[in-house]
Write a protein that binds this ligand. Structure first.
Ligand code: SF4
Ligand code: SF4
Length: 57
């Protein structure tokens, strides 16, 4: 898979994906999750964690 995409319009900034990411490459910027694409290992863990289902492959 590729680096996941985050739908900025749907993200509530809950931080669940930040906690779930084993690579610690997700941060909240202005209450929206942002993935550091250079650090992402494409493991997919964040996709399952998002309660808004706004992270996709
Ligand atoms: S795919 Fe894995 S490494 Fe990449 S942002 Fe999601 S949880 Fe982090
Ligand atoms: S888990 Fe989903 S709603 Fe929560 S901060 Fe991450 S992308 Fe946004």
């Amino acid at each position: 898979m590729a680096v996941p995409k985050i739908n900025k319009d749907e993200c509530t900034g809950c931080g669940d994906c930040v906690e779930a990411c084993p690579a610690e490459c997700i941060t909240l910027v202005d209450e929206v999750a942002v993935i550091d694409e250079d650090e992402c290992t494409e493991c997919g863990a964040c996709i399952d964690e998002c309660p808004e289902e706004c992270i996709s492959e």
